[in-house]
Design a protein around this ligand. Structure first.
Ligand code: DX5
Ligand code: ZN
Length: 218
């Protein structure tokens, strides 16, 4: 199974985003993971629509937008218009999931659903044939640099089992590093988000390489 690596810009150097985009590309990551937080759905506020617009103008890397906001449906038009290639929103948010998925697809981009650590795997069941990405959070959403919650590994396995041979992403986000990459991959994840691990690595290229090495070894 091919592993896709998405670099989370929450840990990027905000003053030098253009350089960070180049670095991510040169180091071999596949996607940019763009975290949006509204201070209500999660106790933190990150970046929004204008910054996404600037980033998407600057790069041709695939932009994987993760909405941690209370009412995602209200903002699908804006984020799609600002250059998102995929929008993933939380099932715990207040928006109707089917309407939100439809709104994302109407913009011609990929749609994903996300679940927080306390939400059971079975919550994704009704959407298996509706989305291109299922995100299992491996930390409580809101902050970069937290530790991988090991109790999430059986949940990744459970979602992988439910997905069967559907050709969609099983994404994990939170605490992914050289070690936990292997655990998440073995459990069935094929789209790995890494923030602090990649951006604080002394050598990002080696960090990406190491994530792929785990792939070769398994
Ligand atoms: C957390 C965000 C993550 C975050 C991951 O709520 O959704 O994307 O950037 O950061 P690390 O990889 O440092 O755990
Ligand atoms: Zn994220």
């Amino acid at each position: 199974m091919e592993t896709i690596i998405s670099a989370s810009f929450l840990s990027a150097d905000i003053l030098h985003l253009a350089d960070e985009l180049k670095r991510v590309r040169e180091c071999g990551a596949d996607m940019v993971h763009y975290d949006v937080m509204d201070g209500i759905f999660v106790p933190n506020i990150s970046f929004g629509i204008p910054v996404l617009k600037a980033i998407s103008k600057e790069t041709d890397l695939f932009i994987d937008v993760h909405l941690m906001i209370e009412n995602p449906l209200l903002y699908i038009m804006d984020f799609a218009g600002a250059g998102a290639d995929m929008i993933t929103f939380h099932l715990e948010s207040r928006s109707d999931p089917f309407r939100t998925i439809k709104a994302i697809h109407e913009k011609g981009i990929k749609a994903g659903i996300a679940i927080k650590p306390n939400t059971p795997a079975r919550a994704v069941l009704p959407f298996l044939d509706e989305v291109e990405n299922i995100l299992v959070m491996t930390v409580e959403p809101g902050f970069g640099g937290q530790g991988y919650i090991h109790e999430m590994t059986p949940k990744i396995q459970e979602v992988r089992k439910m997905m069967g041979d559907r050709n969609i992403y099983l994404q994990v986000d939170g605490g992914i590093n050289g070690e936990t990459t292997k655990i998440a991959r073995n459990a069935g994840a094929n789209l790995l988000v890494a923030g602090s691990y990649l951006f604080s690595a002394p050598d990002m290229k080696k960090a990406v390489y190491d994530m792929r090495q785990e792939e070769a070894e398994t």
